[in-house]
Design a binder for this molecule. Structure first.
Ligand SMILES: [Zn+2]
Length: 108
Protein backbone atom coordinates (compact mmCIF):
# COMPACT_ATOMS: atom_id res chain seq x y z
CA UNK A 1 0.00 0.00 0.00
CA UNK A 2 1.55 3.29 -1.01
CA UNK A 3 1.18 6.54 0.90
CA UNK A 4 -1.50 7.92 -1.39
CA UNK A 5 -3.64 4.81 -0.95
CA UNK A 6 -3.04 4.89 2.78
CA UNK A 7 -4.13 8.52 3.03
CA UNK A 8 -7.28 7.84 1.00
CA UNK A 9 -8.18 4.88 3.21
CA UNK A 10 -7.53 6.86 6.39
CA UNK A 11 -9.63 9.80 5.21
CA UNK A 12 -12.47 7.48 4.21
CA UNK A 13 -12.31 5.78 7.57
CA UNK A 14 -12.29 9.14 9.34
CA UNK A 15 -15.41 10.27 7.44
CA UNK A 16 -17.15 7.03 8.30
CA UNK A 17 -16.30 7.29 11.99
CA UNK A 18 -17.15 10.98 12.17
CA UNK A 19 -20.59 10.25 10.70
CA UNK A 20 -21.12 7.42 13.18
CA UNK A 21 -19.88 9.57 16.03
CA UNK A 22 -22.37 12.30 15.13
CA UNK A 23 -25.23 9.81 14.98
CA UNK A 24 -24.34 8.50 18.43
CA UNK A 25 -24.04 12.00 19.89
CA UNK A 26 -27.46 12.85 18.52
CA UNK A 27 -28.84 9.65 19.97
CA UNK A 28 -27.43 10.51 23.41
CA UNK A 29 -28.80 14.03 23.29
CA UNK A 30 -32.28 12.78 22.46
CA UNK A 31 -32.23 10.65 25.58
CA UNK A 32 -32.16 13.46 28.03
CA UNK A 33 -35.84 13.05 28.80
CA UNK A 34 -36.66 11.63 32.26
CA UNK A 35 -36.14 7.90 32.66
CA UNK A 36 -39.18 5.64 33.04
CA UNK A 37 -40.46 5.15 36.58
CA UNK A 38 -40.63 1.36 36.38
CA UNK A 39 -37.32 0.07 37.78
CA UNK A 40 -36.87 -2.78 35.31
CA UNK A 41 -37.50 -0.49 32.40
CA UNK A 42 -35.12 2.00 33.92
CA UNK A 43 -32.37 -0.63 34.16
CA UNK A 44 -32.63 -1.47 30.47
CA UNK A 45 -32.69 2.22 29.56
CA UNK A 46 -29.47 2.72 31.50
CA UNK A 47 -27.84 -0.36 29.97
CA UNK A 48 -28.63 0.99 26.52
CA UNK A 49 -27.17 4.31 27.53
CA UNK A 50 -23.90 2.73 28.64
CA UNK A 51 -23.57 0.76 25.43
CA UNK A 52 -23.93 3.94 23.41
CA UNK A 53 -21.49 5.80 25.63
CA UNK A 54 -18.82 3.11 25.33
CA UNK A 55 -19.32 2.96 21.57
CA UNK A 56 -18.73 6.66 21.59
CA UNK A 57 -15.43 6.23 23.46
CA UNK A 58 -14.37 3.54 21.00
CA UNK A 59 -15.08 5.79 18.02
CA UNK A 60 -13.22 8.65 19.66
CA UNK A 61 -10.15 6.49 20.35
CA UNK A 62 -10.21 5.19 16.78
CA UNK A 63 -10.45 8.72 15.42
CA UNK A 64 -7.43 9.74 17.47
CA UNK A 65 -5.47 6.83 16.03
CA UNK A 66 -6.47 7.88 12.52
CA UNK A 67 -5.35 11.46 13.19
CA UNK A 68 -2.01 10.17 14.44
CA UNK A 69 -1.61 7.95 11.38
CA UNK A 70 -2.30 10.94 9.10
CA UNK A 71 0.33 12.92 11.03
CA UNK A 72 2.79 10.03 10.52
CA UNK A 73 2.01 10.10 6.79
CA UNK A 74 2.90 13.79 6.74
CA UNK A 75 6.04 13.15 8.76
CA UNK A 76 7.05 10.28 6.49
CA UNK A 77 7.07 7.73 9.30
CA UNK A 78 3.88 5.96 8.27
CA UNK A 79 4.18 2.18 8.16
CA UNK A 80 7.01 2.18 10.72
CA UNK A 81 6.46 0.57 14.08
CA UNK A 82 6.48 3.17 16.86
CA UNK A 83 8.20 0.77 19.22
CA UNK A 84 10.83 -1.20 17.28
CA UNK A 85 11.01 1.10 14.21
CA UNK A 86 10.56 -1.98 12.05
CA UNK A 87 8.37 -2.01 8.98
CA UNK A 88 4.70 -2.80 9.53
CA UNK A 89 3.55 -5.52 7.11
CA UNK A 90 1.32 -4.38 4.26
CA UNK A 91 -1.26 -7.02 5.13
CA UNK A 92 -1.54 -5.51 8.61
CA UNK A 93 -1.90 -1.97 7.23
CA UNK A 94 -4.57 -3.19 4.83
CA UNK A 95 -6.48 -4.48 7.82
CA UNK A 96 -5.70 -1.62 10.22
CA UNK A 97 -4.56 1.40 8.17
CA UNK A 98 -3.86 3.34 11.38
CA UNK A 99 -1.74 0.63 13.02
CA UNK A 100 1.09 2.25 14.99
CA UNK A 101 2.81 -0.99 15.95
CA UNK A 102 3.97 -4.01 14.00
CA UNK A 103 2.21 -7.32 14.71
CA UNK A 104 5.02 -8.49 16.99
CA UNK A 105 4.99 -5.32 19.14
CA UNK A 106 1.20 -5.26 19.25
CA UNK A 107 1.37 -8.77 20.62
CA UNK A 108 -0.71 -10.17 17.79
ZN1 LIG B 1 7.51 -3.35 16.29
Amino acid sequence: MNRKQARTRLLELRDLLTARHRRIERHLQQREEPLPQDSEERASELAGHETMASLDDGARAELQQIERALARLDAGSYGRCERCRGRIADARLELIPYAALCAACAGA
